[in-house]
Write a protein that binds this ligand. Sequence first.
Ligand code: ADP
Ligand code: MG
Length: 441
Amino acid sequence: MLPFQELALDPRLLRSIQHLGFTAPTPIQAEAIPAVMVGKDLIVSSKTGSGKTLAYLLPMMQRLLKSRPLSAQDPRAVILAPTRELASQIYAQLRLFVANTRLTCAFIVGGENFNDQEKLLKRQPQIIVATPGRLADHLEHKTFFLQGLEMLILDEADRMLDLGFMPQLHAIHAAASHRLRQTLMFSATLDHAEVNELALSLLKSPHRVALGAGYDPHKDIAQTCYYADHLTHKEALLLHFLRNETVRQLIIFTATREDTERLATLVQTAGFAATGLNGKLTQAQRNAVMQAFATNKFQVLVTTDVASRGLDLLQVSHVINFDLPKHPEEYVHRIGRTGRAGQQGVAISLVGPKDWQALQAIEQFLRRPLEFSKVETLPAKFNGQVAAKPKAKIQPKKANKPKGETKVNSVTDGSAVLKKKAPKFFEGGDDGAAPMKKKQK
Ligand code: ADP
Ligand code: MG
């Protein structure tokens, strides 16, 4: 593979890369960096852990170092991310590159002091890493302006849509709407119709750089599902895996904030250092949890989809889906917290009756059935095969049909599977997942 030197980057950037110990760009970096450098608007997708952050940070830094600012006061680049934790991680990486230069940067996310942030913005930072909600608030307060914005970068763009940030994204876009702005979108899952609509409104004749699709199997992540009858069964399986797998660090994903606390306690009681992360904690608590997990003070992190996107924690050897995610693409992102940067990872999903619909949606999204295995000492009665009335229909997102593909394989197409198999509810078992049944009105 070509070395970084061949990408015609500023020597200061090359020095920072050397400092990180990276010798060659990853495939997505090799594709995307030159395309960003020629000024194109881009939609970039490649699998989790493939190095998308530097695929935009490097050419962004290059542009800011090489071109004259459009405005002396306004920020020149804004990077948006759906969660504070991801924004914080991006900001930490950015700082490594900024340190070697005269460029200035600021970090603007929700949950932190608004007035302090106003002061930061008044100092006219040239690069801002932010969550869209808080940045839009400051924009509304006219603390800063975006007429001079040269680059707008949306990391995990599809997730920002899921979280309802469309109005904020449009407000930011409208404040910086001029022909010289370059706009980039990144994610491992960008093949939805909604993302295309966002791209059409924010990007100018964008090019697509896609290395594989979101549904392609990730070769570095071993994925296995296990049937579970109810909550207690899931908990027994969870403890079994903790005791029997060689776990460096583990992230457990669950549906609700309450579950993160309950499961963290369960895992602690079993003798493992565990902590919970959820949106109910204060920002200071969230920071402390992430810091403690990143520095290995805890072996296990129990969280919701607040941590499904982008977080790069190289010690994470295992991901367990205690419940399956509501949005099928979150499955790809959750398991993508392991198997990063070429390391091997293990992803285990516990599938109870209440996860059955979510499983169908995930298999439909992945275009293939997931593999199931069993723990001999903890067999499940539930096997997904038992006939019962199918519950509320799933509404998977409209995926764009890939070119040249006309037929959907009836085995891997989840909708076909849905007709064949249906869930069975076990006597009184509650597996703690988001309710499957539609609420009775
Ligand atoms: P993605 O956004 O695609 O999920 P990240 O940008 O978070 O991936 O990168 C995943 C990991 O790969 C990080 O630990 C990062 O430091 C590492 N990485 C990025 N670029 C390179 C490179 N060129 N060589 C080696 N490791 C890299
Ligand atoms: Mg990323």
